[in-house]
Design a protein around this ligand. Structure first.
Ligand SMILES: [Zn+2]
Ligand SMILES: [Zn+2]
Length: 251
């Protein structure tokens, strides 16, 4: 099959490689749709010690497709099933898994290789994090399941209720999805960001109550007042930038 192989930062090649035959519990999926997320871009630019440990490696981790072959012992899937799989699955045994904090699992199984004609999904991901698609869900939308699932989980953990005022800092895809889901939960939503293109997208996509252009707050000290200065009275603040300084200041 043809596949993109990752050799290191800014070094990827389209190559002919073997489709890895499915071992016990594994499933080979014919990839129909594969997406590029911010993590892929970061990995391409500067590498990613957690996501890609050994090279060459498959690349790309958000995908959907059709089951091509199943390994021994696979009961939940059969060839022809339309599926989506996450790019990781927790071990279930470590300190964090036993506390239900699966995102902190010390032995996460990670999957890369969506930019290929076929991807062989490891047994643990098949078992825990692979789903059959409903008939009315297209492959492109289904491939978006993993980032959306993170946001659905986050919205549930924050306990947003109708009438709450929710402030969201960061207007990348995750910030925008948080904004949309918080609106669906019935909250009043204020979204804050800096990138002009994304601010424009935020207006079109998120349908929030207010958008704060952080360019108007050039002094970082004042950013933290952007939500409070005008007495916006947040019940919940959600940080979608990924900067520890921001969590430390707003929480
Ligand atoms: Zn991703
Ligand atoms: Zn674990």
């Amino acid at each position: 099959m043809k596949a993109i192989q990752y050799y290191g930062p800014q070094n990827i090649k389209l190559e002919e490689v073997m489709v890895k035959p499915p071992q016990d519990g594994e499933v080979v999926v014919k990839v129909v749709s594969a997406l590029t997320c911010g993590t892929d871009v970061k990995t391409y630019r500067r590498g990613h010690p957690v996501l890609i440990k050994n090279i060459p490696s498959g690349f790309g981790h958000e995908f959907s497709g059709i089951v091509e072959k199943i390994g021994r012992g696979v009961e939940k899937f059969k060839p022809g099933d339309r599926v989506v799989a996450a790019n990781s699955a927790p071990c279930g045994h470590c300190f964090y898994c036993r506390r239900g904090e699966y995102n902190l699992c010390e032995n996460l199984d990670l999957l890369n290789g969506a930019y290929a004609e076929y991807i062989t999904v490891p047994a643990r991901i098949v078992e825990k994090n692979m789903l059959v698609l409903p008939d009315n869900l297209g492959f492109d939308r289904a491939a978006f399941c993993e980032p959306l699932a993170n946001v659905v989980h986050g919205v549930e953990r924050t306990g947003i209720n109708p009438g709450n005022t929710v402030g969201i800092i960061g207007i990348g895809p995750i910030g925008l999805m948080f904004a949309r889901l918080a609106k669906l939960k019935g909250a009043r939503v204020i979204l804050a960001g800096r990138n002009p293109i994304k601010l424009k997208m935020a207006e079109e996509f998120s349908q929030v109550d207010e958008i704060v252009d952080l360019n108007k707050y050039p002094n970082p000290e004042k950013i933290f007042r952007a939500f409070t200065e005008e007495e916006k009275g947040l019940d919940i603040a959600i940080e979608c930038v990924g900067l520890p300084e921001i969590w430390e200041r707003i929480f």
